[in-house]
Unconditional design. Sequence first.
Length: 148
Amino acid sequence: MRYRGMWIIGDYMSNWQYSKEVIKHFQHPKNVGRIKKPDGVGRVGNVVCGDVMVIYIKVGKKNGKEYIKDIKFETMGCAAAIASSSMLTELAKGKTIEEAKKISMKDISSSLGGLPPIKLHCSNLAADGLKAAIADYEKKKKQFKPEK
Ligand code: FES
């Protein structure tokens, strides 16, 4: 089904017990969409369930440190994947690049009040999506570094 511009696969009506926080982030996800001219894009997917996530970041500079100025996502996947993407964006926004790299699946799942064991990989996908977006940003930065 299509919900708020995203494709939901499968499980919303299943009998897994989701926390209130998961339901809240699934029903009212934060930072959905694309960033125009992003500094980094991370595309990740899980071959087993077929879920796909794209994370967009805009990087700013504050007190000499690079930080996640803006972050958005597009997810085609399950309720837990959408809630994890939404929570990831909330956790990452405003963090320095080095802090953002350390956001783990555990940080995401515990901020969501826990996920059913079979759904833990959804939070891992979100963490990997951010790492891929940061890696893309760092690769582009190296490529366009002016010669001295
Ligand atoms: S079921 Fe695979 S990411 Fe949610």
